[in-house]
Write a new protein. Sequence first.
Length: 167
Amino acid sequence: MDIKELFAKITGKNKDSAGSKPKKQNAVSAFFEKNPMMKYVVAIIAIAVAVFVALTVVWSSRNSKPELDTNITANANSEVEVLPQIERDKGGEYEGKDPFVENILDGAKLTGIYETYGYKSATLETTRKSYTLYEGDTVGDSDWVVSEITDKSITLVSGDKTKTFSK
């Protein structure tokens, strides 16, 4: 058997099969046999669609990151309401101190007084935490209650004891 005969068997085009039944062709094969240029047209359309999809994906991912607008100006009279975190843990290790015996106000200092919508708040930093306090609030889990906040100080009361911290 030579190569031509082998090729004829594989493709089904056997010159000796003149008396055998002709193979049925499906509609797609028949279309491309009648219109051989359509093979190239379909291939070009498929490539164009793939390129369009790839460019769309790249373009949409490129535009999905919002850019920072640097032309924003703030008016001196504008107010921004920020919801404070009332208690912040400073983190870290505090060697040599027993947290169950320590007075919460040891080493405390007043770091800021703020007024928003007529309500004053104060930020009090202790050795372990930072507290944002309003009048009537307690400092952490202690018995110390904020009795007064002025423009320059905060006064805390616990039973008959009073402590005042100033800026």
